[in-house]
Design a protein around this ligand. Structure first.
Ligand code: GLA
Length: 405
């Protein structure tokens, strides 16, 4: 069963979609039968602090966005799966035999991976028409993929009366990404887009999935994302390599310290055992990031709750440095953008957010200086890199839900 907070319908215009236009498109692509579609939405996510910790059983602090993925969906009985998106030209029509293999590098792997999870769970998902529309920028590190996975899982659960819990759906969405798409991501993105609450961020312990919603009272400051618009070099393979490096670090340290996950290691224990990493300094650096990042998350959240936004911002800056130096997931455009941001008046903190290798920085900026921030940072960034940044003001929004039509 789904928890009440996410079960309520809400209005599509609140999240920036023209539902009548989408319905017209749905009927144009799939025909008008007796069954109208239902509508569901899942947001994107912005992680405020705690990156590359989730797959080590560590801590993260993400919030949902007020943009995301809208899905119009209906059951069909013809054993075909028709998938279309307003963000891409293609409409795919697949039969039962064509849905259990990934299709190159294609967006349909996200919904197909989810359908595959339901089928593995013994549910007969025997035909669907799906139209997706996303207003989270793709490839910006805001989890448009998790958003598609979670909205698909949530909708199928409702349409086929599967009666799974939201936690089940989150795990299935993550498994879809791990098994079908081939990215060994942790659980943060799927958890955040499912569980987000309006005006809150969540402190999530990825080891046991305990979480706490924390009101985002930023006292006259705003969350501003800056998109490097760097051509994305990432590659799931660089990400998967970091996951493997963390596993190596765990193997070494677990011979000396009683831990099951790298995220449980304390900094003092890691430092005491530095010598065991002498042949693998990369694994040591990766472990130092994970361990210190967990400590930063656990210091940042109470600081925020006490109203000490300055301390929160400082920890964000330190997080970026650690992701750059020890974890090696930053990039020149990200460093340039964060560096320029930090020299501006009214900027409390700036760091890359998400997987890195391009994408966005997240910045805490004094509300009345946001416009100046955008124009000055945008201009200096252009001068230094030749790239044009985009800026988005984030209003932390709620998690996956049905939308009233
Ligand atoms: C990606 C992954 C997440 C997480 C972040 C980095 O967004 O999907 O699981 O590892 O990178 O924090």
């Amino acid at each position: 069963m789904i928890n009440e907070a996410t079960d309520k319908g809400s209005d599509a215009s609140d999240i920036g979609f023209d539902i009548q236009q989408l319905l017209a498109l749905f009927y144009e692509k799939f025909g008008n039968t007796d069954h109208p579609p239902l509508a569901y939405f899942a947001p994107g996510r912005v992680n405020l602090i705690g990156d590359h910790t989730d797959y080590t059983g560590g801590f993260v602090f993400p919030c949902g966005t007020d943009t995301g993925s809208l899905l119009l969906i209906r059951r069909t009985s013809d054993k075909h799966y028709r998938l279309a998106s307003t963000n891409f030209e293609l409409v795919m029509q697949l039969n039962q035999e064509q849905i259990d293999q990934p299709h190159n590098d294609h967006w349909i792997n996200y919904p197909l991976g989810v359908i595959d999870q339901f089928r593995q769970g013994g549910f007969d998902i025997n035909g669907l028409d799906c139209l997706l529309s996303g207003n989270v920028p793709n490839g910006a590190g805001l989890s448009s993929s998790a958003s598609i996975e979670v909205v698909t899982a949530f909708a199928i659960n409702a349409l086929f009366d599967c009666n799974l819990t939201l936690i089940d759906l989150i795990k299935m969405a993550q498994a879809a990404e791990n098994e079908f798409v081939g990215m060994q991501c942790g659980i943060m993105d799927q958890f955040a887009v499912a569980m987000a609450q309006d005006k809150h961020a969540m402190l999530l312990n990825c080891n046991n999935l305990q979480h706490r919603q924390v009101p985002l009272s930023l006292q006259g400051n705003s969350i501003v994302l800056a998109n490097t618009n760097q051509r994305r070099e990432l590659n799931d393979s660089a990400y998967n390599q970091r996951v493997a490096e963390c596993s190596r670090a765990l193997e070494l340290i677990a011979q000396h310290v009683d831990v099951i996950e790298l995220g449980q290691v304390r900094l003092a224990d890691l430092q005491q055992h530095e010598a065991i990493f002498k042949d693998d300094p990369v694994a040591f650096a990766r472990a130092r990031h994970v361990v210190s990042e967990n400590a930063r998350v656990n210091a940042a959240v109470p600081a925020l709750e006490k109203g000490d936004i300055m301390a929160f911002g400082k920890l964000m800056n330190e997080s970026h440095e650690s992701l750059k130096t020890d974890f090696a997931v930053s990039s020149e455009p990200l460093d340039t953008l964060a560096g320029i941001a930090r020299t501006q008046k009214g900027v409390l903190g700036s760091r890359l957010t998400g997987a890195g290798f391009g994408g966005c920085t997240v910045n805490i900026v004094q509300e009345n200086l946001v416009e100046e921030f955008k124009s000055v940072v945008g201009q200096q960034y252009k001068e230094q890199t030749g790239l044009s940044a985009d800026f988005y003001l984030i209003n932390p929004g709620a998690g996956v839900r049905q939308i009233t039509l």
